[in-house]
Ligand binder design. Sequence first.
Ligand code: ATP
Length: 353
Amino acid sequence: MAQPLVVFDNVVKRFGGFEAVKRMNLEIREGEFLALMGPSGCGKTTTLRMLAGLEQPTGGDIRLAGKSLLGVRPHERDTPMVWQSLALFPFLNARENVEFGLRMRGLDKPSRRRKALDWLERLGIGEFAERDVNSLSGGQRQRVALARALATEPKILLLDEPLSALDAHLVIRMQAVLTKLQRELGITFVHVTHSQSEAFAMADRVVIMSRGEIAQIGPARDIYRTPASRFVAEFVGRNNIFAGTVNGAGDVETAAGAFTLDGKARPGDKVSFVVAADVVSLSAIRPAARNVFTAQLISEEFVGSMVTLFFEAPGGAEIKVQVQERLLEGIPREPGQLLFLSFDPSHAHILKG
Ligand code: ATP
């Protein structure tokens, strides 16, 4: 396998007595789109800032292409960053903002100009090159900031919540722009975000952090389907978590019912397991399926053609079911309606922590 581009080797970051990042070991591959996610204060921005050189690790080492970054100043690192605030220079126009980073690298004036215009063109805002950045829209300013960072042709681009200040429809557009650019250029992107949909839509791998530690790292699908712990399962959201004790027949007795996991748990074990919202089936009459239980419909939520239905199961647990709306034809959906839910044992994933 190819050498990782970036290695976090036992990296620790303390602020006074507080450990914001705890012995982090992380390898970032060349050309991958990595998203860092986690609850507020879990250490994702600190991790990114250490890679950018804006914070120094208290312990451990960070290497880029095999070379330690300790003591290397931010502008000597080749790790440009795009911020939520964008940090564009308000007294420069779009082209001059892009040229600025190139001037720092000692490029002559005509080459700087050509390169800046090329990048603005590439990002679809060539026509705004001479415009004052304050007169540009949020999405256009976003592209100027991206052009400025990319014009230096870095190996890695750091993105700190760059889309969080944009309207919902622009976020979707910019996600497409970012993903396309990243694939075309083959540059490694490290993207800090609060938004799960953003991380899951764009990243090759997602890192979920909790209290300064990596809780799980992997493709979005694995994080969603096979969360490593209860924390990750809850954080990811569209998961149903069941808990109970395995009886003599091998079924897990939960408040919602007794479920078989096809021998994945032993009699006497106390287990928690997750079933993702989109693998729970729904019907008005009792289906000939395994792991059937009844639950009361509470509410529903539409996202495009998908509907998430929220149920209350016996014992009070909330159960989420996510389906395409067209599959709900003929199913009564008044709040309070009792419906049959079921899931296949192969879709149950036992939680470890
Ligand atoms: P958010 O999503 O809210 O931006 P985050 O996961 O990016 O959070 P960090 O900004 O990395 O979190 O902060 C991690 C922890 O370190 C927080 O508890 C924060 O208060 C603390 N911290 C960050 N920077 C400093 C600092 N300069 N001095 C003291 N504590 C800090």
